[in-house]
Design a binder for this molecule. Structure first.
Ligand code: NAP
Ligand code: SF4
Length: 673
């Protein structure tokens, strides 16, 4: 059997989980309104059908003060139970178990009703919390217990108490946020009392045959956070109070250390879970950047954890477990840790989805059903849009031919995967390559058919996914030998010198600056060491919060990143990853210049009007990352010839193109062919 440890059942609180895969809690935006619960139930049903052992819902508040945002999901009364029964029934029908995550945001709630142990505003919130009085603390504890009892009534197999990530329970634990001097603050014991009471009272109310999972903050990654000694002591106390399963939480939301983005090596925080496991007798779940069954299996086999938790990888592929179990792990659509369509969307108050799987959280809306009539479909261009269209059309039973001008599939993804921190993009191309082959798509590499050639082949439908070409801005001297296009640089056709100017500070300008300055790790150990050093992570967690001063590696090159508009360069990057890129590049000494006008390129370098006046950046190389233009002409020519051609992705519109739109448009078009 492949992955024997991963697929081994385990019993928790007398409840058998069919394997060791936990779908970790993640807010989708479907939790907040009663009318979205049928959709939420289908979203979870699909993951349960795909073989997950235990599902944990997104965070649900025990009362209004614990809301994530006004009117967010809460379970505080009998009236709210019925909608949750849809979720529990759907998951149970597919053979999985399900826990409700009880999340009280404390000072992280984005509304004026927030409460906390002490009246300290979080650096990532504009609302200041009201400090809880002793009676208020008792009411909060009562509300946690009420939610757990209602969860049991709704058919959940257990609850997860969100005790990490800097939310209310965690705020009581850390000196950073608990400045009280009464019986709920001060000493370690007093700070831990809230967490212990939540667990003790919940266990007393729900009985023994109910999973009581606690997400413990293994590593706070903030100043005045907990030490390892505090955490291990707390785990023991919580176990005695009634916890039957520990989940590992990594990093508060206000931490300035990445914990799940692509720059984080796979399973980078498993060492935290290993420490926790050694200190407790109840099963322990490892989390963060576990997106591959072999990584998960290795952790379990090495005794690092008893279970693994994945959230985003199950958005990316609901069949993750089933494919692993069937020996088809190479068909897994791997989460690339981009955060672009999941967490970034949630932070914008929008519904989460997934860049590589646009059906995520849209299961009832974007339906890929078997086609009624098998049609002959041509897809022109094997970038993300064309690949998604070809695979989806073939899944529906159409006969698909995919034409690609280059010798390799991937389009813009071929460049992205060369950027340190974006290595996961290789996986998306592996996924498409394998799926194309298994679905019998005729792949014509190195082939760019003309209009008449396509017309002569009698296709029933033509999908035009010819993508984009880099924009060549009208800057005098752009044909100078020092000027390099970003495809030439990233594909290795040209190399840059020691001093480099990057024209354009969008996603690709940042990627290029990273490519030019970051050191590529030589192996797993090196990657973890380099990541920990660069971000100041104390691998021994001796320092409070597990933070030590970062040590930046010497810069490989001197780089300037430029844009014409005033304002912050990189403003278009995602909410959850933009700060990481900006911080990392600054650490490597990259200079950002906004509000410049390009005057020209010559042997001296790049001449500009900067905010302080005219200047010349005396650089060896200039990399142009000035956006893209649509390759739309081919689609237009096909249509004017009367052929049934539809353009998608960059071929339709280059503006604000990203891989998310490309893959979504490819999937949506193929779903209705
Ligand atoms: P982009 O984000 O639109 O950025 C284009 C950059 O070029 C801007 O900084 C723009 O700034 C500059 N520019 C535009 N026209 C110019 C001209 N005529 N002369 C000089 N400069 C010009 O495009 P991109 O960087 O090519 O990225 C393409 C898409 O992929 C975007 O949607 C992007 O979000 C996505 N992407 C995202 C990521 C990520 O990390 N999330 C990474 C890569 C790509 P000024 O006009 O102010 O000079
Ligand atoms: Fe993973 Fe990106 Fe999909 Fe989020 S959007 S689940 S990070 S691939």
């Amino acid at each position: 059997m492949p992955y024997p440890k991963l697929l081994e059942p385990i019993c928790v609180s007398g409840i058998t989980l069919r394997n060791r895969v936990v779908m970790g809690s993640m807010h989708t935006g479907l939790e907040d309104r009663a009318r979205d619960y049928p959709r939420l139930a289908e979203y979870f049903r699909e993951r349960a059908r795909g073989g997950v052992g235990l599902v944990v819902t997104g965070g649900i508040a025990p009362n209004r003060s614990g809301w994530v945002a006004p009117f967010a999901g809460k379970l505080a009364s009998r009236r709210e139970v019925a909608r949750h029964r849809l979720v529990t029934a759907a998951v149970h029908e597919e053979g999985a178990r399900v826990c409700l995550q009880v999340l009280h945001t404390g000072r992280y709630g984005y509304h004026p009703l927030i409460v906390a142990p002490s009246p300290l505003r979080a650096p990532i919130n504009r609302f200041t919390p009201r400090a809880l009085g002793v009676a208020g603390i008792e009411r909060q504890l009562g509300d946690f217990v009420r939610t757990a009892t209602l969860a049991r009534e709704a058919g959940y197999d257990g609850i997860e108490v969100m005790g990490s990530e800097g939310y209310l329970v965690n705020q009581f634990l850390a000196p950073r946020t608990n400045r009280r001097s009464d019986e709920w603050g001060g000493s370690r014991e007093a700070r831990a009392r809230f967490a212990i009471e939540v667990v003790r009272r919940t266990r007393a109310a729900v009985g023994a045959d109910f999973i009581l999972m606690f997400r413990i903050s293994g590593l706070d990654l903030v100043e005045e956070g907990s030490t390892l000694e505090d955490t291990l002591w707390l785990a023991g106390e919580l176990e005695r109070a009634g916890v039957s399963l520990f989940d590992t939480g990594i990093g508060w939301h206000e931490a300035r250390v990445p914990t799940i983005a692509g720059v984080v090596p796979r399973a980078a925080f498993a060492w935290v879970t290993r420490r926790l496991k050694a200190a407790t007798r109840v099963p322990v779940v490892a989390t963060n950047r576990i997106n591959d069954p072999s990584v998960a299996e290795d952790l379990l086999a090495a005794g690092v954890a008893d279970l693994v938790s994945l959230a985003r990888p199950l958005l990316a592929d609901p069949q993750w477990v089933a494919k692993a179990a069937a020996g088809r792990a190479d068909e897994i659509n791997t989460c690339i840790a981009c955060n672009q369509s999941c967490l970034d969307r949630v932070f914008e108050g929008r519904r989460a989805s997934c860049l590589v799987n646009p059906r995520a959280a849209r299961e009832t809306e974007l339906v890929v059903a078997a086609a009624r009539t098998r049609r002959r479909v041509a897809v022109v261009g094997a970038g993300p849009a064309g690949l998604a269209a070809a695979v989806t059309a073939a899944e529906r039973g159409h006969e698909v031919t995919l034409f690609e001008r280059e010798a390799e599939i991937g389009g813009q993804f071929r460049f992205a995967r060369e950027v340190p921190g974006k290595e996961e993009f290789h996986e998306t191309l592996r996924y498409f390559r394998v799926r194309l082959a298994r679905l019998g798509v005729r792949l014509r590499l190195g082939s760019a058919p003309g209009v008449e050639e396509l017309a002569g082949q009698g296709f029933d439908a033509i999908v035009v996914a010819t993508g984009v070409r880099p924009r060549a801005p009208a800057i005098p001297g752009l044909d100078h030998p020092s000027v390099i296009s970003y495809p030439d640089l990233l594909a290795g056709r040209r190399d840059a010198g020691r001093r480099v100017a990057v024209i354009g500070a969008g996603g690709i300008g940042f990627d290029v600056a990273t490519f030019l300055t970051a050191r590529r790790a030589t192996g797993k150990e090196d990657a973890l060491g380099q990541f920990a050093a660069e971000w100041g992570i104390d691998l021994d967690i001796r320092a409070p919060g597990g933070l030590v001063p970062p040590s930046a590696p010497p810069a490989r090159r001197q780089v300037w990143v430029l844009q014409r508009k005033p304002g912050r360069p990189g403003a278009s990057l995602g909410a959850t990853t933009g700060w990481i890129h900006r911080h990392a590049l600054r650490q490597r000494g990259v200079t950002f210049l906004a509000g410049v006008q390009y005057r020209g390129v010559d042997d001296r370098g790049l001449h500009l009007d900067a905010q302080d006046g005219p200047t010349c950046l005396e650089v060896d190389s200039i990399v142009v990352c000035a956006g893209q233009e649509s390759e739309s002409a081919f689609g237009e020519a096909l249509r004017s010839r009367g052929l049934p051609a539809e353009s998608i992705g960059g071929a339709r519109l280059a503006a604000e193109l990203d891989a998310e739109r490309a893959i979504r448009e490819g999937t949506e078009l193929a779903a209705r062919l």
